[in-house]
Design a protein around this ligand. Structure first.
Ligand code: 5AD
Ligand code: SF4
Length: 470
């Protein structure tokens, strides 16, 4: 048993990142006929990790099921970013326990992902959820086959490492999409924003080597992929941890040169956003004019307490520079309200930035204390009721600007990458524009995976309606 430890998770040493090129194959028949159910919570990083988990399970004989009751193995890939992620997991675990006690006593229940990296979570699972068979973390997904093969059936198996982390290559993915692919360019984070758990759950910032990234993208292009999104907690800090490696602007250019039709990247930190990046985005037609640029707060006082390393003015000036240089760019953001002791004046500064930047859309959150982070120790005098009031006010403002921005699309013809059938209306399909606007329009399943020209006929806060333009 290996339990996580917050002090080790916080540590950053001079140890060089190891690059480990995996080459082990397992017997395809080990779990032949067995079925797995995989549930993913949280961000794109987790979604992509689940594609790795799926490939590993399938390589040892498992097949996927959508029905929990039919599974032999359930894996819950968890998120730790806010407390409500915990509530969701414990709710779902209740269902798993029920299946195990009443339908399939041999059901293997496994938990992985960011919550598994939390010391308090592992202790809680040990004490209150003894029916959970296996817990593993973000650093040992590559050992999944072995963890399952060597699992001791008579006890709870917890194998979680709090370490800075390595980079694994030759990873296979069972990708959810045949035309849209995620490509990790970097793991972990060294920014240590005071509210954020990610540097503890995902380890230090480790960039992949650019040759390995380019090779992966080239293979996706060869396989007919239309869109690639480069993934990292801090994509634009790419290469800073590696001597003699490309920087993010250079990497972006090289990836664009592979000829992939649509190239995206998430998430950028305003601190690392360079002029070179802006010019690379501006001059390559296949780099989508869309930037997700988390603001977090508009108050300099709160930004400092958050450890964000930029001021309101610096954020706005970067925002304007991107808008001025990248044609038709859409910019979205993340905002936290109710950071400890945020005053009405601080909050008004945030509203002020929203009124200045008029974001295309924003993910907004009430601050959630995460055990082990510096902000969690701050005594907070602001009530939840007041924080909720601020969140509603902020959301109203954001939605107004989303609608205003979306209305600019009325009558225009945009290129949409069709992703699937609209769940509410089967006669329609949905997809995204280059600027990441969700578009619904009449169409059939054969359009899925294709780029289609659509004329926009209606604009709402969260989506556009249109009709196909022949
Ligand atoms: N509480 C609330 N929101 C948070 N985020 C990160 N940590 C917290 C927290 N403790 C938000 C940030 C980040 C997004 C992914 O989640 O806005 O950009
Ligand atoms: Fe968390 Fe800040 Fe790192 Fe983003 S940059 S993952 S908010 S610590």
């Amino acid at each position: 048993m290996n339990l996580p430890n917050i002090n080790d998770a916080r540590k950053r040493t001079d140890k060089k990142t190891e690059y480990i090129y995996l080459d082990k194959d397992y017997d395809k028949n080990i779990f032949n006929g067995k079925k797995y159910y995989l549930k993913t919570y949280g961000c794109q990083m987790n979604v992509h990790d689940s594609e790795e988990i799926a490939a590993r399970l399938e390589s040892i004989g498992f097949t996927k099921v959508e029905d929990l009751e039919k599974a032999d193995l359930v894996i819950l890939n968890t998120c730790a970013i806010r407390e409500n992620a915990h509530d969701k997991l414990y709710g779902f675990l209740g269902r798993c326990k029920h299946v195990k006690t009443s339908i399939n006593k041999d059901l293997i229940i496994a938990i992985c992902g960011c919550m598994a990296q939390e010391e308090n979570v592992c202790n809680f699972i040990k004490e209150k959820h003894p029916y959970v068979d296996l817990v593993f973390g973000t650093h040992n997904i590559c050992d999944l086959e072995e963890l399952l093969i060597n699992k001791d059936n008579n006890k709870q198996n917890i194998e979680v490492y709090s370490c800075e982390g390595n980079v694994y290559e030759n990873i296979k993915y069972s990708r959810d999409s045949k035309f849209k692919g995620w490509v990790n360019i970097q793991y972990g984070c060294d920014k240590f924003c005071t509210y954020c758990i990610v540097p503890y759950t995902r380890g230090k910032q480790r960039s992949r080597k650019s040759v390995d990234i380019i090779k992966e993208v080239e293979e996706l292009v060869k396989d007919g992929y239309i869109e690639v999104t480069l993934l990292g907690q801090n994509v634009n800090a790419y290469g800073k941890d590696l001597d003699g490696e490309l920087n993010f602007a250079e990497l972006l250019q090289k990836v664009a040169d592979t000829g992939i039709k649509r190239l995206r990247f998430v998430t950028s930190h305003p601190w690392d956003f360079t002029d070179d990046m802006i010019s690379v985005i501006a001059k390559n037609d296949n780099i989508m004019p869309y930037v997700h640029l988390p603001l977090q707060s508009g108050s300099d006082r709160i930004l400092k307490l958050m450890g964000r390393r930029y001021t309101k003015e610096e954020y706005i000036s970067l925002f304007n520079k991107i808008k001025e240089n990248v044609d038709n760019v859409s910019i979205t953001t993340d905002i936290i309200v109710g950071f400890p002791n945020e005053t009405v004046e601080d909050f008004n500064e945030t509203l002020d930035v929203v009124n200045t930047c008029k974001f295309d859309s924003a993910f907004t959150f009430i601050y959630s204390p995460r055990e082990g982070t510096p902000a969690a120790k701050m005594v907070d005098e602001v009530s939840l009721e007041e924080k909720e009031k601020r969140l509603y006010e902020l959301n109203d403002l954001i939605n107004n600007y989303s609608l205003l921005n979306n209305k600019k699309y009325l009558g225009k013809v945009v290129e949409v990458l069709v992703e699937g059938i609209n769940e509410k209306d089967n006669s329609k399909v949905f997809g995204y524009t280059d600027t990441m606007k969700l578009v619904n329009f009449e169409g059939s399943i054969d359009l899925v995976g294709k780029l289609v020209n659509v004329e926009i006929t209606d604009a709402k806060s969260f989506s556009l309606d249109g009709k196909i333009k022949e």
